[in-house]
Design a protein around this ligand. Structure first.
Ligand SMILES: CC(C)(COP(=O)(O)OP(=O)(O)OC[C@H]1O[C@@H](n2cnc3c(N)ncnc32)[C@H](O)[C@@H]1OP(=O)(O)O)[C@@H](O)C(=O)NCCC(=O)NCCS
Length: 171
């Protein structure tokens, strides 16, 4: 992998994130995740390469928002919204972000990390299986997005929640 640095988001990172990893319409995705981090509910990890953000994902310390998952796993931390710049996929950046999230969870004494994957996202599912994540439950991943015309769209994806038990740092 090219040299990539992964670190928690800082306030001054929001503008480059919006510029290099934009979301359509008026979405405040990066700012929202940073606000969750500031409130102590998450850690928003950003991958940097040559001074440019090339990937991101947030650890939700308060767990997955879906009630079906919470009923089974409570506040098991979730690594959510993983995304890598399209031209740089397949070079290990996604793997490095997941491993960084696991390290953070271990450092906080958490014993497992979970993540959700939509049923139609077979490549991401293959990656998570390779990284040791095992399916726990099916659920409906509900979220909203804003399209290029500024309209809010509500999504309800059929998804699987996967969990990896975290052992010692060398595992
Ligand atoms: C899924 C994703 C984060 C993986 O990041 P990455 O940096 O490509 O991951 P790595 O390089 O560590 O691992 C690559 C593996 O990811 C998987 N993968 C998923 N989508 C991929 C894509 N579009 N291009 C390349 N690999 C992809 C493959 O299993 C691939 O394995 P391979 O190298 O044997 O083909 C990235 O592809 C992405 O941003 N996809 C779009 C958003 C998304 O689906 N996020 C996950 C939501 S659950």
């Amino acid at each position: 992998m090219d040299h990539v640095e992964i670190r928690p988001c800082r306030a001054e990172d929001i503008a480059p994130l919006d510029r290099h990893l934009p979301t359509p319409g008026a979405s405040t995705r990066h700012a929202d995740r940073f606000a969750r981090q500031e409130a102590g509910h998450g850690t928003y990890l950003v991958a940097w390469r040559g001074g440019i953000p090339v990937g991101n994902g947030q650890v939700r310390w308060d767990g997955c928002a879906a009630p079906e998952v919470r009923a089974l796993l409570g506040d098991c931390p979730e690594f959510n919204g993983l995304d890598v710049t399209a031209e740089l996929r397949g070079r290990g950046i996604g793997t490095a972000l997941v491993r960084a999230a696991e390290e953070l969870a271990r450092a906080r004494g958490r014993t497992a990390l979970g993540l959700g994957v939509a049923h139609d996202n077979t490549r991401a599912a293959a990656l998570y299986a390779r990284l040791g994540y095992e399916p726990v439950t099916e659920y409906t991943d509900r979220y909203s997005s804003t399209d290029a015309a500024g309209r809010t769209r509500h999504h309800a994806d059929v998804a699987t929640f996967l969990v990896r038990t975290l052992g010692r740092a060398a595992d």
